[in-house]
Ligand binder design. Structure first.
Ligand code: ATP
Ligand code: MG
Length: 400
């Protein structure tokens, strides 16, 4: 018996990647166009944490490679210049593609030589050492990318950049890359770009260049009940274990189709199972323990540090249901005005409970926070301590 059938690590490819067939088909379709020399719009998967964006991106990269793509895959970071991140991605592309012709490999070397090397600060204000090969200018960078693209095309392959956590990509650097990708779209040697990121990625990309509006954005959300059941049942069946329908329904309900939770619950059930059948009772025995861990890791910590007024605000957000809401709606629900509760909203963002997926909107950062609130309502209301956020006493605060 293996205890690692399901995959709980961030970015891990699940044993059954369900519910993403349409996205994968669209990506394969566009990849074929690019391979044939027809430009395709960049595709960016957008969703909250743990929805499965990285898993989808990884599977897409495999598919694209099979179709002849040379994929430079990176995870953007706001603390690192994209050029430094790209360096690692290019080196990986060289390593991972054992079959790449040596001329493509030397073209990658040429690109690498134009990227700035990391510089190291010396102690006691002695300055910094910059390693050789600093990039001369953006033009030179673009021209070596062009050479690389030509070399790749001459070998009947095509160049693709895959960028995870795209909302973190430093705008200035990213602009150069986007400009290059867009310029090739007008040629018969288009370069393609795939991405994945949090809901604020769209706005971030808009700052990069207005034409990113015409990119395709795939919303990556919760799995349906049937997809969740498949995600859990198929890997077990492949390993000769049957899970009772009622047990699967219970797991689907408990995990609410949130891919991260789906893997967590399934992994716990799998670790505890004996024999070749899993019953509802087996599942019911495992659920409270997992729920406790999930509540603790995801929600309790965040909520524990909130002031009563912040809890009241979060309760109002939950009242309005899942998805983003405008601060105005929330304030109105509290019988207040957006300006009057602005500082509370900012604190919730600072404390990582809420975030702005797009200008003027507010959403819980962790999926299913509204369900957590519903399940812990009495405790949270007590913690809110009846704190009133009304601007003037016009309307009552409704929590129901
Ligand atoms: N389609 C899917 N079906 C079943 N499980 C999935 C699916 N997609 C992802 N998972 C699982 O869900 C978990 C989260 O996936 P992943 O890390 O890809 O999410 P993410 O959206 O990239 O999260 P983050 O924003 O934190 O990077 C992982 O355990 C992964 O194996
Ligand atoms: Mg991810």
């Amino acid at each position: 018996m293996t205890t690692t059938l399901y995959r709980t690590a961030p970015g891990s490819e699940p044993p059954a990647l369900v519910g993403r067939d349409q996205e994968l088909a669209a990506i394969a379709y566009e990849a074929r166009s690019v391979a044939a020399g027809e430009p395709a719009p960049p595709i960016v998967s957008i969703g909250l944490r743990g929805m499965g964006k990285t898993a989808l991106l990884r599977r897409s990269i495999e598919d694209v490679r099979r179709l002849g793509g040379v994929v430079v895959s990176v995870e953007a970071s706001d603390t690192e210049a994209l050029s430094v991140t790209l360096q690692a991605g290019l080196e990986r592309a060289q390593r991972d593609n054992a079959s790449l012709p040596s001329r493509v490999k030397s073209s990658i070397d040429a690109v690498l030589r134009t990227l700035p090397r990391p510089s190291y600060d010396l102690p006691n204000d002695l300055g910094a050492i910059e390693f050789a090969g600093a990039r001369q200018d953006a033009k030179r960078f673009e021209s070596v990318l062009e050479d690389l693209n030509d070399e790749i095309r001459q070998n009947d392959k095509f160049l693709v950049f895959a960028i995870d956590e795209i909302q973190e990509a430093p705008i200035q650097d990213f602009r150069e890359l986007v400009r290059f990708v867009h310029r090739t779209a007008g040629t018969n040697r288009p370069v393609w770009l795939l991405g994945a990121g949090l809901p604020n990625a769209r706005e971030h990309l808009h700052e990069v260049r207005t034409y990113t509006e015409r990119w395709r954005y795939f919303p990556i959300g919760l799995l349906t009940q049937q997809q969740t059941i498949d995600a859990i049942a198929i890997p077990a069946l492949d390993n000769g274990v049957t899970i009772a329908p009622a047990a699967l329904e219970r797991l689907a309900e408990e995990s609410a189709g949130y891919p991260f939770f789906v893997q967590k619950y399934a992994a716990a059930v799998w670790a505890a199972h004996q024999g070749d059948a899993i019953s509802l009772a087996d599942v019911d025995a495992v659920i409270p323990g997992v729920r406790r861990i999930i509540d603790n890791d995801f929600y309790d910590e965040r909520f524990r540090v909130l002031t009563p007024r912040e809890v009241t605000y979060a309760l109002a957000m939950a009242d309005l249901g899942p998805g983003p809401h405008t601060p105005n709606e929330i304030a109105t629900h509290l019988g207040s005005t957006s300006a009057a509760v602005n500082s509370i909203r900012n604190q919730l963002v600072k404390k990582d409970v809420a975030f702005a997926p797009a200008g003027g909107l507010l959403e819980f950062r962790i999926p299913l926070t509204d369900r957590y609130i519903a399940q812990h309502r009495p405790i949270l209301e007590r913690r809110a301590g009846g704190s009133q956020l009304r601007a003037q006493s016009t309307k009552g605060v409704s929590h129901r």
